[in-house]
Design a protein around this ligand. Sequence first.
Ligand code: FMN
Length: 159
Amino acid sequence: MNKKIIVYFTYTNHTKMIAEKIKEKLNCDILEIRTMIPYSEDYDKVVNDEQNREASNYLPEIQNINIDLNQYDEIILGTPVWWYRPAPAIRTFLTQNDLSGKTIKPYATNAGWIGRTFQEIKLLCPRSKVEEGMNIVFKSYSDQLVTNHQDIENWIKTL
Ligand SMILES: Cc1cc2nc3c(=O)[nH]c(=O)nc-3n(C[C@H](O)[C@H](O)[C@H](O)COP(=O)(O)O)c2cc1C
């Protein structure tokens, strides 16, 4: 059987909520990516700062992951969409880890503007088999899901 791990980053917990739902169903390992320097609690400040940084392709330092990824065949990868792209911490994770030969099953939580998030994940995992991403939409400035619960449950069944 394929050994799976959920790897995710979250700022306002939407991506975490989905990660935990997946964990509940699959009973697999889970890893939260955290930046060395935590983001401000001021949401609008983070949105503005990140818009200004967006073009620079910066990669924030992330905390040591303390887990041997070699033991996994599949990574279920969760990211919020930040300025039409995967969150920078996820870009750091994908840049720093060799995921050759693994299957990556991405999902992205967002407010309806997913942009090039899934294309960029593919580019960052050139030697992995990256499956079609699951787009999970929450209402802007809210924890309310727009994507149908059943669609999420159905997708989780495919994992
Ligand atoms: C810095 C920043 C940039 C964002 N950019 C986008 C965006 O480009 N498109 C979009 O649909 N939502 C955008 N959002 C909204 C988040 O993607 C959405 O709320 C997501 O579900 C948050 O996930 P989290 O709670 O796991 O952090 C942005 C949020 C932040 C904080």
